[in-house]
Design a protein around this ligand. Sequence first.
Ligand SMILES: [Zn+2]
Length: 372
Amino acid sequence: MGRKRSIISGVLVFVMSVGMVMNVNATTIEDAQKKAEELEGQKSAAEAEKNSLTTQLNDIVEDMNETQSKMTKKQSEIEEAENDLIAAKVDENQQYQSMKKRIQFMYENGDTKILEVMMESQTLGEFLNKAEYASKMSDYDREKLEDFQDIVAEVEEKEQTLQTEYDELSDLQTELTAKQTEVEGLLDSNEVLLADLDAQIGDNAETLEKLLADAEEAKRIQQEQAASQSQGGGSWTQPGENVVSGNGYFTHPCPGYTYQSSYFGEIREFEVGGHKGHDYAAPEGTPTYAAAAGTVIIAGYSSSAGNWVVIDHGNGLTTKYMHHSSLCVAQGQYVEKGQQIGCVGTTGQSTGPHLHFQVEENGVAVNPDKYM
Ligand SMILES: [Zn+2]
């Protein structure tokens, strides 16, 4: 099952790009770890974006407060100008009224035309522009009235300017409000993205945990299988570190134990065609190692070889290791050169603890020295 999964993951292609979050469940431990890194990277970027947006929002709110206080100040200036305008109009009107009284006095003392002009004129301006009658007014009245009119115009203009400034501030405030809404919207999206990333990080961590547990379980089952294949008092042994000795194509399968209790080709009474390998005498439990990298094609028990291992190195080359007390490998497993495969024993047809090491080329036993 574990093997099948890793094959599937090999053809999956993860396309990750900034701002694009893909919800693909990892199928191998490596993928899950890689995905965890990617998700953390995306989270950091989203958090940086959040900080930037928050800073922008704070700046906008600050600008809005500033604009608001300017508007408040402008408003009170406008009110002041309105009061000034009222005062100016009162002054103007008083002047007009007292002037009318003086003109009426002039009329009551003989000049009838003045009253007619007064009655005909719709506005004060019209009255003043009737040039032929202007001379009838005293220079004092005329100048005074014109002064008051100038003040009224001046105050009106000032009020108009203030109102324009106020409108500009109001437009600015509207713009800032729109910006605030936009940035708040971006912050909301950012929050959604962060929540999504957190959820994905959580899911992925769960997946990773499950994959690790699966791997642990698969390893345990493999060890159990190896232990059940190893019989005759043998059992599963946890392998030690790899040991590679010498520069030969093969490393010594039982380093440190060079004494051969029997050698390749030795003629012995009970064997036909001579001894097929080297026998390295070593104490029970001494580690044995794969002479070269390859696939374990047999890891089990036979009545003659005892607990034995056969490794296929490719190109017709195989090695056999016999009489182990226990094994470290399982059938189908790939082993590296110098990887421990078992422990020396005396299982099968054997008279004492030793490793029988046999090398074959296309099924024919050859002298192991050729490769060592
Ligand atoms: Zn032997």
